[in-house]
Each structure stands twice: as C-alpha cells, then as structure tokens.
Design a protein around this ligand. Structure first.
Ligand SMILES: Cc1cc2nc3c(=O)[nH]c(=O)nc-3n(C[C@H](O)[C@H](O)[C@H](O)COP(=O)(O)O)c2cc1C
Length: 492
C-alpha cells in the first residue's frame, strides 16, 4: 500500500456514500478515555493560573510567562489549557451527556492520547506519565530518569502523542486514518500554543522509528505513537534530575469496546508510513513551497486582547453559522490568515505543504469569490461570484460551509511532501493541516467569531472546482469561519 492507494480508496463521492453503511453500533462504541490501570494516579492541582497573554499575541509568536512555582502546578496549567475537558453537551431528546475538550476531534471521538516524560521538575518525580483528561490527573507508568534516545536530553518535558485509530474507525471506517492525523495536528498545536503562552519553546518531531517509541512507552497495541513534542524553557520550575534506577509499572490498558473491528486499509497505510531504525539518520529537507502573488494585499490584522487561557477553553466547533447579512471585516480575516500560516516548529516543517483556498461569502471589502492565499499575504482571485452553494455542496452538503463568512479548502502538496519524506510525508501534510486548523479556531474565537473543522468533502469535486492537478495536489481538510448559531446542547 502507498499513500496514494489509501487516499484514492478513501475519497468521498456520491457513489461511495451510497455504498457506505449508515448505521453505528452504539453498544460497541469505543470508550474515549484510556486508562492505564493498576498504577499510581497523581492529582494535578485544580484551578491552575490562567495565561493572561492575549491569544493573538501567542499566535503571532510572543511568549507569555507562568506564575507556577512547582512542577505539579506547571503541568496542571499546561494540560488544562491544551488537553483537558472544557465543557459538556447534553442531547435534549435523549438526555445523553458528553464531554468536550480543549483540543477538538472529528466526531468528538478523541483518538489522541497524551503521554509525557519529565526530567528535573520541581516537586515532581522524574518518570513517564499518561494524562487522564476524565479527572485531570496523571498515571505514573514509570519512575526514574528515563533517557529516550530520540528526544534531546536537554528537554525537561517530552510528550509522546499517540493515536487510537479504532476510536475514529468505529464511525468513519477507512477514512478515519486521515482524521486521526488531523486530530494529531490539532493536539500538537493545542500543546505548543499553551506551552508558549506559559513561556516554553516546543519542537515537534515526526521523524522517529515508530516501533522503538511504542516499546519505549510500553504502549498497548491499539495505540500508535505519531508525534514527539519536546518542551524546554526558563519558565519550567526545575531542580536537579533524579539519578535513581528506572522502575517500570506500565499498567494495564483498559479495553475500549467489546470488540475491535479490523480496518485493514488503516493498518496498511499506518505500516506504509512507519519508519524503522534508519530514522536515526535524520530527516531530509523538502523543496520550498512555490511562491506567487495576488491582486489583493491583506490589510493590517485586527487586534484583540482576549486572554489566551480564556480563548483556549472557550473554543468550540460551531454547529452552524447565522448566514444572512452579518459580515466579518477584511482586517479580521487578515488576522486569522496571518496567524494560521506562521511557521511551525517541527522537524518536518522546514517547508509548508498546505496552501489555503478561500470561498469568501461575507467579508467586508472582499468581493464574493474564490481566492488563493500566497505566503506574501496576498490573495489571488480565482473566480468571482456567489460561492455559498458551491462551498456547502463541496463539503458534502453541510450548510455551515455556505452560512459561514468564509470557508476554506486546505490543499496539500503531497507530491512534494512524499518526494522529500516518502510515504511518511502523508502524515506530515495532515499534521500541518490540523495545526493550521487549530490556529484558525483560536484566532476566530479571539476575534469573537466561531469556526468548525470539516473533514468530510467530495475530494474530486473540489479538485475540479478549483482546477487542481490531483497527481500533485489534493484537498486534505476544509474549514468554515463565521458567526455561530447558539448550540442548545452546550451546558457549560
Ligand atoms: C478533523 C476534524 C474534522 C471535523 N469534521 C467535521 C465535519 O465534517 N462537520 C462538522 O460539523 N464538524 C466537524 N468537526 C468538528 C467536530 O465535530 C468537533 O470538533 C467535535 O464535535 C468536538 O467539539 P468541539 O470542537 O466544540 O470541542 C471536525 C473536527 C475535526 C477536528
């Protein structure tokens, strides 16, 4: 299996949707909370300090500071603003209640797990931990000075983000691997931005030998390591590192559902994108993204003083947008686009692989139409005219893409990514798309707007509509931004 075979087989079309089963086996729905049982569970202090720095400053690359004076408070703050439960929803017709998290997830199924190792944090034992969002606690899976050959030993905290594909596959079948990768990109940015807001630098490593990392973390076989994120910085409260021997507890992973249905396409694409021992030789660099220009120069970005902590925890996916006459300004759009496309700190991110196409519906000062965004912060006119029906239609008929002020197609330069990184590049393109998506969410929220990630679209129809050459470019993610309608399910 190659990335292209997987991608082609998981494209949506009218035909593929007609063939797909529409029923969900609710009795076998995977638990969205993983626990490693039988190990010590450490509490994280409640009510960690709110990062006050404006969210738009963090998105522009400015670092905040933390008043946390010890390791537990620091970790609590970091996770509360990146991965914790943030609200709940209740379905009025059934009374069914479920949790939302700071990081979004396709179908709210949350395939991503946060593991981390710590070295020399004040009042916190060195070891390997797994985060329990259900209670904002951590499971201590190993104790002592662990040395991970793959991560720079100067990093005081190293996260290993993993994915449990079955959680997504339960609902989205073979296409679910794409969503796991998007979700990973969101989780990475949620973590990286929270870290920056409290004064840490982060660096993500996508190029590592998968099996070695899985063994190092003693992961259950249904959990796959996808990204390593190193954190370092003067704001981390430190002490001397522990020199004691490592003691492993591991713990027993809970069973997520009665049975696990096999999705061989997902297993095969995951295998195709894995790296082995050779990964230690380092990652090659990709050709730079093409440059271009457009007729419309984005104006200076709109500003907002809303605190990062508030924005991160209030971020929600809009159920729909109000449509009608309410427009956003071009300065707001400028702020959102500039934030979303700033450079990323990752080994696979020396070159951008994603280009944004916009379907402008209600942006003051911008004629309705389709535009391509260039790194020079210029919009190139692709076609002029009302795009509301087209944008909704391309997003599988989801009306929110037409009721938004602006909808987006993220176009991945898969040919360039795969040329540099082999099939592994398939992951990197989707991580970047998810990471851009996370910045779109936060920038929109900071400016009083709402956003929704859209993983469901008619792939080939998008290529035709935008006149793309699919042997090189593929649509990988959609987004919509506008004024959200109130969500009657939201409780807190
Ligand atoms: C990768 C991805 C794909 C998504 N696709 C859709 C979609 O096609 N349609 C939609 O209405 N929402 C979509 N969402 C939004 C999720 O349903 C939402 O994130 C989830 O229900 C959790 O809600 P929250 O974002 O408010 O925390 C997507 C989210 C992500 C991260």
């Amino acid at each position: 299996m190659t990335w292209r075979e997987y991608h082609e087989s998981t494209k949506h079309s009218v035909e593929s949707l007609r063939r797909a089963p529409h029923t969900l086996d609710w009795a076998n729905m995977p638990d969205s909370f993983r626990h490693y049982e039988g190990v010590r569970v450490l509490d994280l202090p409640a009510g960690p300090p709110l990062p006050e720095i404006p969210a738009l400053d963090v998105l522009r690359g400015v670092s905040g500071a933390t008043p946390a004076g010890d390791g537990p408070t620091f970790l609590s703050q970091l996770l509360f603003y990146s991965a914790a439960i943030s609200a709940s929803k209740r379905v009025p017709s059934t009374g069914y209640r479920y949790a939302l998290r700071v990081n979004p997830s396709s179908g709210n199924l949350h395939p991503t797990e946060f593991h981390f190792l710590t070295r020399g944090l004040k009042e916190w034992p060195d070891g390997l931990y797994h985060y329990r969002p259900s209670s904002h606690m951590v499971e201590q899976r190993a104790l002592g000075g662990l040395e991970m050959r793959l991560a720079a030993s100067s990093a005081q905290i190293v996260f290993v983000l993993t994915s449990i594909a079955w959680r997504e596959a339960w609902k989205y079948h073979d296409r679910a691997y794409r969503y796991c990768l998007h979700d990973m990109g969101h989780a990475w940015q949620a973590l990286a931005l929270a870290a920056r807001a409290i004064g840490c630098d982060s660096f993500a490593v996508g190029h590592f030998p998968d099996d070695e990392v899985a063994q190092f973390c003693h992961l259950h076989e249904d959990e796959w390591p996808m990204l390593i994120v190193e954190l370092r910085g003067r704001s981390i409260p430190v002490r001397e590192r522990d020199t004691c021997e490592t003691v492993w507890y591991g713990g027993y992973a809970n069973q997520l559902s009665r049975e696990r249905t096999a999705y061989t396409l997902i297993d095969r694409i995951h295998d195709a994108t894995k790296l082995s021992e050779g990964a230690h030789r380092g990652i090659s660099s990709a050709e730079p993204a093409p440059t271009g220009s457009g007729e419309i120069k984005l104006p200076p970005p709109a500003s907002s003083m809303r605190a990062f902590g508030e924005v991160a925890r209030m971020r929600r996916s809009a159920l729909d947008f109000v449509g009608g006459m309410q427009s956003m300004s071009l300065a707001q759009l400028s702020a959102i686009l500039v934030a979303a496309t700033r450079p990323f700190s990752a080994d696979f991110a020396s070159a951008h692989f994603i280009q944004l196409y916009l379907y402008a519906h209600r942006v003051n000062g911008l004629q309705s139409g389709v535009y391509r965004l260039w790194p020079s912060a210029e919009l190139e006119e692709i076609k002029i005219g009302d795009q509301r029906v087209a944008a909704a239609g391309l997003s599988l008929g989801q009306e929110l893409a037409g009721n938004a002020c602006v909808a987006l197609s993220m176009i991945g330069d898969l040919a360039r990514a795969v040329h540099a990184h082999g099939d592994r590049g398939y992951r990197y393109v989707h991580f970047e798309a998810g990471a851009i998506g996370h910045r779109l969410y936060l920038a929109a929220e900071a400016l009083g707007l709402g956003a929704t990630g859209i993983g469901a679209f008619y792939d080939e129809e998008v290529h035709r509509y935008l006149n793309l050459a699919p042997e090189r470019l593929q649509v990988v993610y959609h987004f919509a931004i506008g004024y959200p309608v109130p969500d009657p399910r939201l409780e807190a």
